[in-house]
Design a protein. Sequence first.
Length: 539
Amino acid sequence: MSLVLVVGGVRSGKSEVAEALALRAGKEVVVFAPSSPLDPEMVERVERHRRRRPKDWRTVEGGDPLEELEKAGEATFLLEGLGVWVARLMEEEGLFTQEPVAALGPEGEEAAGRILARVGAFAEEAAARRGLTVVVAEEVGLGLLPEGAGTRRYLDLLGEARGILGRAAREVLFVLAGRVFRSEPPFSVLGNEFENAPTAYLDVLRIHGDMLAREEGEALDFAVNVLPGGPRASVREAVARALEEVGSYPAQERAREALAGRHSRAPTEVLPLNGSAEAFWLLPLVVRPRLACVVHPYFTEPEVALLSLGFPVVRAFRRPEDFALDPAAVPEDADLVFLGNPNNPTGNLDAAEGVLSLARPGRVLVVDEAFMEFCPGERESLASRRDVPGLVVLRSLTKFWSLPGLRAGYLLGPEGLVARAARTRQPWSVNSLALAALEAAAVAGPATHGLASEVARARDEFARLLANIPGVRVFPSAANFLLLEVSGGRRVVSALREKGLVVRPGWTFPGLGEDHIRVAVRGREENARLARALREVLG
C-alpha cells in the first residue's frame, strides 16, 4: 500500500510533515489543492505553502482529485486538505444547510453516501497505485459540537472520510504541536488470505524445515539445508575449549576482532548475534521504519518480526519466471529493506551491483548472506563493503558450519548503527560457546573454499539427476539446496513422506505456490534415493 494519511489541527505542522514524506520519495510530485483560495488572507496562506515547496513540484487547483491521481502515474501525489475537498463536495450536494438531518430525508442520506463513495474510490486507487499518495486531513471536532446543522454535518462527514482513508492507508500519522505520532498499523499484507487472521497467518510464516523434520522422526531430512557432517573440527575444538570459560560472563572482543579481520573492517562495525535471526527482530527496533519491505520469496522470519513488533511492511517480489531480483519492485519510500543473497528458497545469486542499486539515502538495506559461504570465492558478497551508507550484511554459522543448535551469527554494518543495535538488545545476548565458534570460523574462513566447491559439484550433479525426471523443473541455485517445480506439489510432498523422505513445501513462502518444493543437497547416495522416489511418485 502506498497511501499515507497525515492528520493534524490548524498550525500543527501537518503540511510540513506531508511535504517531507513527498520529498523523501525522490520522485516527481503533484500537489492537488481541492479549490482555489477565496479571500486575500487565504491567498497569502497558499502562497506561503507554495514558496516552501521545491520549485519543480507541480500544483493543480480544483477539479476531481481521483482523476488527477490517475493522471499522475507513478509520481508522488499530495492531496493538501481533505477537509476542503469534503466541504466542496457538500456544497455541490447541497448539504451545507441549517436544515436538520431528518428534514433532508432520503435524498440527504444519498447525497452523503455519494460523498463518502467518492472518498472511498480515491482511497482504493491510492492504496493500489505504485506511486506514493499523501493526504493531509484536518483534525476537527475534538471539543463541543458547534451550532448549526450544516457545520455538524461537515464534522461528521469529515470524520467518516478520515476513517475511510485511514483504513486504506499503510500508515496514519497524527501531528500534534509539531510532533509526529504514528498510529498502530492494521494487520495487513496485500494479497494474503490471512489478512484478518494474524495468529493463523504468523503460524504459517513460522513453518520452518526443522519443524517438518522433527515431526517425521527417523525420516531422511531434505527439508533442513544445514550441511551434513556436523561442525568442522577446528570449530568443534574451539567450542570444547570454551566450556572452561562458562564460569565467566561472555566477552565479545576477540570474536569481533577476528570477524573484522576476516572482512577487512573495524571491530566497531561487527556485532555478534544469537543467530543471524536475532537481527530480524533487533533491526526494526533500531531503525523504527516508516515502511519496511521484504523481497520475496525469502525466509519468512523478517516479516514475522516486523508484523509482531507492529511496523508496517510491504512485499516486493522477484520476477516469477526466474526469481531474478527486480529493484523496481521495491517502493522508493521503504526505509528498511530485507533480501537474501544467495536467496532462500530460490537459490538465486544476485550480482552485487544489482543488490547495491537498492541502496538509498535514509534507507537501511539488509542483505542476508547466510548461504554466501557456499559460493566458492564469495564473489558477490558485500560483507567487506564499507562505502555504502545504510548497508547491513548478515552472516550465520548455522548452514555452512553446521551449527544450528549453537545460535551463532553476526552483523556487519556502519559503526553508528552497530552501536545503536548493541545498546538496544539485552546484555550478554551471545553465549561464550557461540563466541568461540565465531572466532574459530573467522580464522578458518578462507580455508573453506575447497569445501564450497565440493558442495557445488554435488549440487550440480543432483540438479542434473532431478532434471532428467519428467515433470520436474529445477531452478538454478548457488546454495546447498534446489528449488523444484512439480505438478501436484502437496500430493508429492505427502507421497515422499510415506517413503521416509521429508522435503520443504514451497507454499508457505510468499511468492511460491503449491507446486514448488525445496530440497537440500546431501550425499550422493541419499540424493539418488530422493531422485528415485520422486520419479516413482511422479510416474
